[in-house]
Design a protein around this ligand. Structure first.
Ligand SMILES: [Zn+2]
Length: 167
């Protein structure tokens, strides 16, 4: 995995980590078609359909490649998959897909996957006030001094979160 900072609804890769990943793959003798054409991510809810941001990211990051796949896994196993071909006349094709956890395979090392996840993924919790990277030190300090005063309102919707964090 590429080192990244995530919230429940966002992800940001570290630029240096992306560059290192490409260097490592090329050093291992692979070409980009083997390691940078399939984009897989998860959705926190039950809808696997790509968001506007997903479509923009797919265009921006994969639009120049001759082919690319966007695959999304949502809660309860809901999935979405699409192959884009830009060579020749081009095409967009929905993929028949499935996830099969039943068969072991050589690289299925759950312990090393967990260690890699812990090493590379930083989870940012906007509600964990003292560690909120979007807040200045003064606000962080105030919130850690009297956290009850800065409790988020009950039933805050995700789209209201950034507004509350900024206030
Ligand atoms: Zn998405």
């Amino acid at each position: 995995m590429v080192a990244q900072a995530c919230t429940v609804v966002t992800v940001k890769f570290e630029d240096a980590a992306v560059a290192d990943y490409f260097d490592d793959q090329v050093d291992a003798g692979r070409v980009p078609e083997q390691f940078s054409r399939v984009w897989i991510h998860t959705h926190p809810g039950s809808c696997p359909l790509p968001s506007g941001t997903d479509e923009e990211t797919f265009d921006r990051c994969f639009g120049a490649t001759d082919w690319a796949v966007m695959f999304i896994l949502a809660r309860c196993g809901a999935t979405y998959g699409r192959l884009r071909l830009t060579a020749g006349p081009g095409a967009e094709v929905s993929l028949q897909h499935g996830i099969d956890y039943s068969m072991p395979f050589a690289s299925a090392d759950h312990d090393s996957w967990e260690a890699e996840y812990q090493r590379t993924v930083s989870v940012l919790d906007p509600f964990a006030n003292r560690f909120n990277p979007f807040l200045g030190d003064d606000v962080r300090h105030l919130r850690s001094e009297s956290p009850e005063r800065y409790e988020p309102p009950k039933n805050l919707e995700p789209w209201e979160m950034s507004e509350w964090v900024a206030s």
